[in-house]
Write a protein that binds this ligand. Structure first.
Ligand code: SF4
Length: 609
């Protein structure tokens, strides 16, 4: 059996994964067991076949379509940028390290290593391989940024220091590899890097697997070095373009992290994991196992079998509904219970958690609402928030394109590049026309149209002190501040807009700082302003809107932020007719977002008056 890096990482998740994977791939021909004692006759039994069929029904529908493999339009849209990052990295490796370099998008052209153990063939493809007369360098390129590594800090005496530092050659290295002072706290922080499920450690685990395969394949006296290549989060695009108008990047776009010493210390982990993987493949046990962080719920690496293993957890009012539930729940004796431990003991619904284990006020409110089905409402707080508004209110919403590679001058990797806004002007309480009071802008091409966007926006949003209402303020606030930096001539107006921002989400979810600014004391200012059973633990506008309005996103050709960015990303490849239709659909979508705010505010106003 062939085992790639991706398979290895999945097989190490849990005992059940390899068997589910076998059924997913082999369908009715799969040979898996449902007990540790199964012998050959058990494996071929009718009972076994029936159990496989039940699992298969959760994997393929009546038309034989796979229901587990979901398309990810955002991922597909970004793929071209991810590929470009790999090719750019390859060229930078060639220039920076000098030597014969092998890099390619097609795995067929990549350097491949493979070795066999007890009938299993472990293999890996390398994003970059370089060899000179003394050294072999191995590169794993990731479309993430250096930020998560640079953000890792530890405390030494009274100072907070970075776990990673740049070498004189501009290679990011662990402090200890540079001979700098470290301490116990530093080593504690490194645990994250050894955790294959953490957002930092997953990349180290990937390259550690590559190294393990390589060390069992490649016999060499040369020095072998291992590097992660990631986007430099501090890189600022200078706006240079070539004769085809494509951005020109300097070599510091990519940060190389020397992981040679660290991955060496991970070889024993991979060896242990390899043994576990082989045992699991030998056993092929498809019985349910404990759920936990290994499922990577709601993560970009969420397990493909999530719908199967989590099918008993209700979609509404499950234990996951409790806000901040990942911190666990404390029983009457003060003992803390982890959420997954509770799930594995059968506490699946929100009602299964004893009321006196709910130590957070917000969770108590949620439970009271779930039990009574009566919405919770802090009228006086909502009223005070509404009374603090200044008219006209400008309801504002942005759409952005988080391009991995900066496109325009001043942008960094993954800058949320603005391409659209919608504004509804509410002249006085409740006085706003859905169409006549709406103003929208969409960048029709992938040219840099930020100036036009900003200048038309500040024309519409007057310098009149009116509140600027957004939903989830930090997003719009950060974009406005970025624009103020890019266009210093409009800085004053844009920063004035920042000062006038009001977050409608605060009127529902609550926000201690905001309500304190309105004169509430510490205790009053804290907590929800509103909770409804249908919110199911979420205050996203898509959840809040149906509670207050009949307005719906269902059925809209563009119905969420991902659809919007995919539509914009595809503009240059559309025929005229398709473009015109998509442009209209995008306008409608963004308009709906600001109109939703008008409706929610109006509904709140009516409820408190
Ligand atoms: S969802 Fe979780 S328990 Fe189920 S196979 Fe995946 S990792 Fe294992």
């Amino acid at each position: 059996m062939l085992i790639s890096k991706t398979r290895f990482i999945n097989y190490i998740r849990c005992d059940r994964y390899p068997a589910l994977d076998e059924i997913h791939r082999e369908k009715n021909k799969a040979v898996v067991s449902f007990s540790e004692q199964d012998d050959l006759s058990d494996l071929m039994s009718k009972e076994n076949e029936a159990k496989i069929s039940v699992l298969l029904e959760s994997m393929i529908d009546e038309h034989n379509e796979d229901i587990l493999v979901k398309t990810n339009p955002q991922m597909e849209t970004m793929l071209k940028y991810y590929n470009e990052i790999e090719m750019i990295s390859g060229r930078i490796i060639e220039r920076k390290f000098k030597g014969d370099t092998i890099y390619a998008l097609d795995t067929f052209d990549q350097k491949r290593f493979e070795y066999e153990l007890e009938g299993y063939r472990f293999y890996c493809f390398l994003d970059g391989y370089q060899e000179d007369k003394d050294t072999i360098r191995i590169f794993e390129v990731k479309s993430t940024t250096s930020k998560k590594f640079l953000d890792m800090t530890f405390k030494l005496d009274d100072q907070r220091l970075s776990v990673f530092e740049y070498s004189p050659e501009s290679i990011l290295m662990l402090r200890e590899d540079l001979g700098l002072e470290v301490n116990e706290d530093y080593h504690k922080k490194l645990k994250k890097l050894r955790n294959r499920l953490s957002k930092e450690g997953r990349y180290f685990y990937d390259i550690a697997y590559q190294r393990y395969v390589l060390e069992h394949t490649l016999k060499t006296d040369k020095n072998v070095k291992y590097y992660l290549g990631v986007l430099n989060s501090k890189y600022v695009h200078q706006g240079l373009v070539d004769d085809q108008n494509k951005p020109i990047y300097s070599d510091d776009l990519i940060t190389f992290i020397d992981v040679t010493e660290f991955t060496k210390s991970m070889m024993s982990i991979i060896e242990k994991d390899q043994k576990i993987v082989m045992d699991r493949l030998d056993e092929m046990n498809a019985n349910p196992v404990d759920l936990g962080p290994h499922c990577q719920r709601k993560d970009s690496r969420e397990c493909i079998f999530y719908p199967i293993c989590y099918k008993n957890i209700p979609a509404k009012n499950s234990i996951f509904t409790y806000i901040d539930g990942h911190h666990g729940f404390k029983d009457e004796l003060g003992e803390k219970h982890d959420r997954f431990d509770l799930i594995n003991q059968g506490y699946l619904t929100a009602f299964d958690v004893p009321y006196n284990w709910l130590n957070r006020e917000k969770n108590k409110v949620q439970r009271q609402v779930m039990d009574s089905k009566i919405a919770f409402m802090e009228n006086h707080k909502i009223k005070a928030a509404i009374e603090s508004l200044k008219y006209p209110i400008y309801h504002l919403d942005f759409e952005t394109f988080p391009c991995p590679l900066p496109r325009f001058k001043g942008e960094t990797p993954y800058t949320q590049s603005l391409f659209q806004y919608s504004i509804h002007i509410e002249h006085s309480p409740g006085v706003c026309h859905k169409d006549h009071d709406n103003y929208g802008f969409i960048a029709k091409t992938h040219d840099d149209l930020r100036r036009e966007l900003v200048e038309t926006m500040i024309d519409i949003i007057k310098d009149d002190g009116g509140s600027i209402m957004v939903y989830n303020q930090s997003f719009e606030q950060t974009r406005l501040k970025e624009m103020a930096k890019f266009f210093p001539e409009h800085q004053e107006r844009l920063l004035d807009m920042v000062d006038r921002l009001v977050d409608l989400m605060d009127f529902v979810k609550g926000n201690k700082k905001f309500f304190k600014s309105l004169g509430f004391d510490d205790q009053q200012a804290d907590g929800f302003c509103y909770y409804h059973n249908d919110l199911n633990g979420s205050f996203s506008i898509k959840k809040v809107l149906p509670v207050f309005s009949h307005l719906k996103y269902d059925g809209m050709p563009i119905g969420n932020g991902t659809d919007a960015l995919v539509a914009y990303a595809n503009f240059p490849f559309m025929e005229k007719k398709e473009f015109e239709q998509t442009y209209q659909d995008l306008l409608e979508y963004c308009k709906q977002d600001t109109w939703a705010m008008v409706e929610i505010l109006d509904a709140l106003r009516k409820q408190v008056n």
